[in-house]
Every structure is written in C-alpha cells, then in structure tokens.
Design a protein around this ligand. Structure first.
Ligand code: UD1
Length: 361
C-alpha cells in the first residue's frame, strides 16, 4: 500500500503523533514518519522519541532554526521531494507549528489529502504565528480532527464543510494517560524540592520573551514569588537566549531553579506534583486541566477556552502585579472545582485511526 505520512517537527508535535503513529502501525497500515527537524536538540526532540516509544524517523529533513519565511520555505522544498518520491496516499499533520502549515500546503498542492490533528483551535489573535498556521492548515485539510466542541463551532463559523469535521478528542491526553504510570519523584529529588511545595514555570512565546521590559517584569515577579516558594523554571532555548541578550539577572537570593528543557517524563512528574503552573504554553494548559492542577496562563487569550470554562486554567496576562495577585489567590484558596472535558480520555488516537483506516487502501 502507498504510505500514510505522519509529520512531526517541533516539540509539541511529538506527544500528539506518538499515540497515532503507534495506532496506525498496530493496524498494519504503512505509516511513514517524517521529522522536519524544526526542533533538533537532544532535549527538544530526541528524548521525546525515546520516552514516547517512537522509532527513529524514516525521513529526517534537518531544516533547523531560521526566520519564519526561510524555515517554512525550506520545509516545503524538502517535503515536496519526499511526497514526490514516496507518493503518500494521505499526509497527517498536527498542531500549529511552522512544520504543520508547510507540509499541509505542499501535500494539498500535490492533490494529496491532508488530515489535521488538533484542528479548529482559535485564539483570534493574528499576531501569534500559530494562529496563522492553524487557520490556513484547517482551510486546506480534508479531515479535521477536533479536540473539543468549541473547535467544531469555530470551523463551522469559517464555512468549513461539517462532514470533514470529526470531534475525536484531545490526543495529547492519550500520551498523558499512558505515561502517567511512568512518572516518579527522581526529578524532585534531583532539584531538591518536595511535592506541592514548589511552582513550575514555562515561557517561550515571543509576546513574553522577545521584549526586554516584558521579560524583565515577569522575572521580577518570579523573584518575588520565590521568596515564598521555590520556582522551577525549565528554560526554552528562545527564552535562555533572550535572557542572555537582555542581560536579565535573577536575584541571587531568589529560589528560582533554572534547568535545561526537560524530557516528557520529568516534566510530567513535575506537573503532576506542583502546587501551581505559570505558563504560556498551549499544551500545558490542557495537561494541567487533565491533572487538576491550577494553571495561570501568561497570555491575553487562549485557543483552548475549554481549559478555562471546565478546567483549572485562568488567563492572567503578563504584568508583574497581576501575576503576584493571582499567585497569592491560588495559594490561599485550596480547592478548585473542575471537570475533565469530554473525550479527553486517552482513546483519541483509536478514534482518529478508525476514521483514517476507512479511507485508505
Ligand atoms: C515553536 C512553535 C511554537 C511552539 C514551540 C514549542 C512555530 C511558529 N512555533 O516555537 O508554536 O509552541 O515551538 O517549543 O512553529 N532552538 C534551539 N534548539 C531547538 C529548537 C530551537 O536552540 O531544538 C532555538 C533556536 O535559537 C530558535 C529558537 O529556539 O531560533 C526558537 O525556535 P523555533 O522553532 O523558531 O520557535 P519556538 O519558539 O520553539
């Protein structure tokens, strides 16, 4: 049979595609794993393959870091060759990174149907590169696999054919459910912290880290918070580079524990055991909701409103005063009611594979 190409490129793609790739293989479907190399460091890429049980990619494009236009263009040129040589019957892309739109665009122009996993999310903020990637990928995809009902509504409002929209649930939660039993306290011991006695921070969005005054204000808030409770802060390469470039120092007395980017299992262990997460990530808003851990999102909006409506997430912007105020509120208000959204049950990959299997031969 002609292959089904499964595309991964950047860190948040790996936990979305690992369960689907494995499900397709279980059904003896000819899945071909293509990694664009948008992320390439050991701890931004390889470790996820090892921990999530994905084999080495069949094809690695090695595009690396570039400006948006150059990175997208490089992926397109290389991926077109892959499609021409391998004649896939379908191409599956996930999420909203540059690799997603680049590969979707190439495949569609070669008349190869594209399936988009995690379709329909909208922040309604076109200054986010991911929003452009989402809108355009959805517009040209054949099957749109959505994580929640709000995503269906967004797609219908944009005039997408309802027959192509499939509410299959949140595939990231498949990885979370199947790996939860592998979490442990090794990383807590290594960092010398205790369950529920630290907070976890991740930041990498250009809106938070690319401007000196904004990043300095956030780090200043973290300094102040760390006087009350240790702060664990795995540094994304973009954030690390910017802190260096802007010469932003953290207070020496502050208990901020900076680490390299962490692998999936260490990070999940930290998320599961933390008192609170401060983040600007999309996926972490979902993982905290699934785990019932309070999450404060340092953004003005979210493409994942269900994590606010039903889950444990709150959108708080990025000013120092608001961060401190919301942190204090969470610390003094123990219980939070939440529910796990429908179809965030660890079975999304099966539902997606069922639909894809009916369309391949
Ligand atoms: C990308 C995605 C973003 C996602 C994020 C998760 C786009 C437009 N953005 O943003 O949606 O939330 O990944 O991490 O696709 N770098 C390394 N090693 C790596 C990868 C990157 O050092 O393995 C450094 C490079 O200096 C690079 C910078 O990090 O310039 C940013 O990487 P890039 O892939 O451009 O964007 P992210 O901010 O990671």
């Amino acid at each position: 049979m002609r292959p089904i190409i499964v595309v991964v490129g950047a860190r948040p793609n790996f936990m979305k595609m690992a369960p689907l790739y494995s499900e397709l293989k279980k059904r003896n479907l000819n899945a071909l794993l293509v990694h664009t190399g948008q992320h390439y460091d050991q701890n931004m890429s390889n470790i996820f393959f090892e921990e999530l049980g994905m084999p080495k990619p069949d094809i690695y494009l090695g595009v690396g870091s570039e400006t948006h236009a150059r990175q997208t263009a490089k992926i397109m040129i290389d991926f077109e060759r892959v499609c021409i040589e391998n004649k896939p019957q379908r191409v599956i892309v996930a999420g909203d990174v540059n690799s997603t739109i680049a590969c979707a665009l190439v495949a569609t122009k070669l008349n190869i149907p594209v399936d988009h996993v995690e379709a329909g999310l909208r922040s309604f903020d076109n200054t986010m590169p991911e929003e452009i990637n989402r809108i355009l990928t959805d517009r040209i995809s054949s099957l749109l696999f959505t994580p929640s009902k709000d995503a269906n509504t967004n797609l219908i409002n944009e005039g997408i054919n309802p027959n192509s929209i499939k509410l299959t649930g949140n595939i990231m939660i498949d990885s979370l459910v199947s790996n939860l039993k592998k979490t442990n306290s090794k990383i807590l011991k290594k960092l010398n912290i205790k369950e529920k006695q630290y907070i976890l921070v991740t930041l990498h969005r250009p809106s938070n880290v690319d401007k000196k005054d904004v990043l300095a204000d956030i780090v200043s808030a973290l300094n102040q918070i760390s006087e009350k409770i240790p702060v664990v802060f795995p540094l994304h390469p973009r954030t690390k580079n910017k802190m260096k470039e802007f010469n932003i120092q953290h207070n020496n007395n502050a208990r901020i524990i900076f680490t390299e980017p962490l692998g999936y299992l260490d990070f999940l262990s930290l998320t599961k055991n933390t008192k609170l997460v401060l983040t600007d990530s999309g996926g972490i808003q979902e993982e905290t909701t699934a785990l019932g851990i309070p999450c404060l999102t340092l953004r003005e909006n979210t493409e994942r409103p269900i994590t606010v409506k039903e889950g444990t997430n709150k959108i708080i912007g990025n000013t120092k005063s608001r961060i401190i105020e919301e942190f204090n509120y969470v610390l003094s208000n123990e219980s939070q009611t939440y529910k796990i959204p429908r179809l965030w049950d660890g079975k999304t990959a099966k539902r997606i594979a069922d639909i894809i299997q009916r369309r391949v031969n």
